[in-house]
Design a protein around this ligand. Structure first.
Ligand SMILES: Nc1ncnc2c1ncn2[C@@H]1O[C@H](COP(=O)(O)OP(=O)(O)OP(=O)(O)O)[C@@H](O)[C@H]1O
Length: 250
């Protein structure tokens, strides 16, 4: 079954078109890495899927247009670099806000139990009563992941989830995502600038530069030709990867 289908999708922001003629379809259970240069329209694509920007063309998400989809079916992990660290709240409350989709001023017993379960699932149970402002980048990432998973979504959208976390934290993150996927059969779309992670963890790669430059299995979508078309250059990074080396980032 297809979880997502876009047909000729276009977004206009005044004169500017961050997305033009975008078409692709994602089967259930896929792990899609979305790659492309800065300003390529990756976050705009997520805004379309979350029903936050108007678009032309057709989008079917779980069989419906985005604004008609039950919001609990879609989990979203934002870029944490946009987070205001002075916000006075506890980790547990952030996770409960994923159950209610509103800020909880009092947390009920059942909500608390569900939030703790989600925190445990991402290995962050001990962070439950910590203020958000005192978490490291990697810890905050886990709490946001618990918030996204607490309703067991069928589609998970992650915007650069590995930014600011170390290599070990990054491996943990992919293990958690793969475990959730194995348990739930969920579909994942993840924006990343890390081609190596895309190559190793994704079932499909979408190479975007305001239009679809490539879409398919990582070996095909991350071909030299697609990357050159999307990024305009490869430097020596691609050759290093082809030789089996490390450090493959644009
Ligand atoms: N509200 C807006 N009004 C005008 N232009 C916008 C608006 N929002 C985004 N843009 C522009 O649309 C383009 C696509 O932005 P988007 O954030 O989708 O790119 P991205 O691929 O996620 O980039 P990055 O890798 O830098 O996060 C950018 O050139 C951006 O400046």
């Amino acid at each position: 079954m297809e979880v997502l289908r876009l047909q000729n999708v276009r977004v206009r922001l005044g004169e500017f078109e961050p997305l033009k003629g975008v078409s692709f379809a994602v089967p259930e259970g896929a792990f899609v890495a979305v790659v492309g240069p800065n300003g390529a329209g990756k976050s705009t694509l997520f805004k379309v899927l979350l029903g936050l920007v108007p678009y032309e063309g057709e989008v079917q998400l779980l069989g419906r247009p985005p604004r008609e989809v039950d919001p609990h079916q879609v989990g979203y992990v934002p870029q944490i670099k946009t987070f205001d660290r002075s916000f006075p709240a506890l980790s547990l409350e952030l996770v409960v806000s994923g159950i209610r989709r509103a800020w909880p001023f009092r947390v009920g017993k059942e909500e608390r139990a569900r939030a703790l379960e989600a925190l445990e699932e991402v290995g962050a149970l001990e962070l439950a009563s910590r203020p958000l402002g005192r978490l490291s980048g990697g810890e905050l990432q886990r709490v946001y992941l618990a918030r996204a998973l607490v309703r067991r979504p069928r589609l998970l959208l992650l915007d650069e989830p590995a930014t600011g976390i170390d290599r070990l934290g990054e491996q943990d993150l992919y293990r958690l995502l793969e475990a959730y996927q194995a348990r739930s059969g969920a579909t994942i779309l993840m924006i990343t600038h890390d081609w190596e992670a895309a190559y190793h963890h994704a079932t499909h790669v979408l190479v975007l530069n305001r239009e679809v430059v490539g879409f398919g299995p990582p070996e095909r979508a991350l071909s030299e030709e697609c990357l050159r078309r999307a990024f305009g250059h490869l430097g020596h990074a691609h050759a290093i990867r082809m030789a089996g080396g490390e450090g493959w980032r644009p």
